[in-house]
Design a protein. Structure first.
Length: 95
C-alpha cells in the first residue's frame, strides 16, 4: 500500500527543521534502527568516495563494501535527483 503524499510531506518537513548535528543524531537514533543508520552512513561514505573519482573496486576494498552497493551509488550519482551532489557542495561550503 503506497504511503499517502501528505505523510511524505510531513517527513520532509521534519527533516527540514533539523538545526544541527546533535538534533540530527537524536532524530535518526529514534527514527531508524542501528542497522539502518549504519547502512545510510555506509552509503554516504560510498557517495563521497565516488565524488572524489575513486574507482569502484578501490572504494569496495577501502570501505569493505560490495561492488553492487557502489554501483548503485554510482547510478544514483548519474541518474538521481541531484540531491547527493547538492549536499556534497553544501557540506563543502559549510566546513
Amino acid at each position: 500500500m503506497p504511503i499517502p503524499p501528505q505523510h511524505l510531506k510531513q517527513l520532509w518537513q521534519l527533516l527540514a527543521v533539523i538545526e544541527d548535528e546533535k538534533e540530527a543524531k537524536m532524530l535518526m537514533e529514534d527514527l531508524l534502527t542501528p542497522q539502518e543508520v549504519e547502512s545510510i552512513a555506509e552509503r554516504w561514505q560510498i557517495i563521497q568516495q565516488l565524488e572524489k573519482g575513486l574507482p569502484q573496486r578501490e572504494i569496495a576494498k577501502k570501505l569493505n563494501a560490495s561492488i553492487v552497493k557502489i554501483t548503485r551509488g554510482s547510478r544514483v550519482m548519474q541518474y538521481g535527483s541531484g540531491g547527493f551532489r547538492h549536499f556534497l557542495k553544501k557540506l563543502k561550503r559549510a566546513l
